[in-house]
Design a protein around this ligand. Structure first.
Ligand code: F6R
Length: 247
């Protein structure tokens, strides 16, 4: 595992964007696994800038997103489809049909989960999977649990996640209570994992994930079993990690 400790959010974003762009340059038709939330917005901004400058092209790239709220229209400004359009897809040369986000409005959510698993499998899984981490150690919306769920599934969001995400909504009551999330199986099948973390409120989760026991109580801890993980964080988020991890 490789760890990059960057001095602040901007440096973290630039480093993460560099790693993604290296993948796209090396393999122009790669499959990128993408995340939403406040952590990757700076990374996406940097990628947009390089695309606009003509230094980086997404013309052949395919993407698969990790998750989507159940019951939000793609046009809802808090849906993850909307997030991806406004933070990345609308500003780069990606082919719209090559972008994939679970359909939170599917009539049959279980069927949508099966469809999404098949889709990700048919693309050969992500070459590079970008992840954020929840303050409770979740990855995608795989919440702390008594077992790891392998496949894409519908999840009930924990109180902790609803509280964390309430900042994007008018109130906590408006945060959807359920979401569709890629399971641990698809995430672990990615060729390479790039996990990014920013801020002191992520420090304990990052420590538990990479220095603690591998347990579904901290879903990100499963990444200890993946053989190509890059962790990029700012000083605050990585403050609890021992020095030897940065060598
Ligand atoms: C989003 C996702 C989540 C977030 C996590 C951190 O697609 O899968 O796991 O990465 O909740 O969110 P932020 O970045 O908002 O702190």
């Amino acid at each position: 595992m490789r760890v990059y400790k960057e001095k602040d959010y901007n440096a973290m974003s630039r480093r993460a964007a560099n790693i993604i762009s290296a993948e796209v340059i090396r393999r122009p038709d790669c499959v990128l696994g993408l995340a939403t939330g406040s952590t990757p917005t700076g990374t996406y901004k940097q990628l947009v800038e390089w695309n606009k400058k003509g230094d980086l092209s997404f013309a052949e790239v395919k993407t698969v997103n990790l998750d989507e709220y159940l019951g939000l229209e793609p046009s809802h400004d808090q849906s993850y489809r909307y997030f991806m359009q406004s933070n990345l897809f609308d500003h780069i040369d990606i082919v719209p049909d090559n972008t994939n986000v679970p359909n939170g409005m599917a009539e049959d959510a279980a069927e949508e989960c099966r469809r999404y698993d098949e889709l990700v499998k048919s693309l050969g899984y992500a070459d590079l999977q970008l992840l954020g981490i929840g303050s409770n150690g979740h990855i995608a919306f795989n919440e702390p649990d008594s077992c790891f769920r392998k496949e894409t599934h519908v999840v009930s969001l924990t109180e902790n996640t609803i509280r964390d995400n309430a900042r994007f909504f008018a109130s906590a009551d408006e945060v959807p209570k359920k979401a569709i999330t890629m399971g641990i199986g698809c995430i672990m099948a990615a060729g390479r994992i790039l996990i990014i973390a920013s801020g002191a409120n992520k420090a304990q989760a990052v420590y538990d994930a990479f220095c603690g026991t591998v347990t579904p109580e901290c879903p990100a801890s499963i990444l200890q079993l993946h053989n190509d993980v890059v962790l990029v964080g700012d000083e605050a988020a990585l403050s609890l990690l021992p020095e030897e991890m940065f060598k």
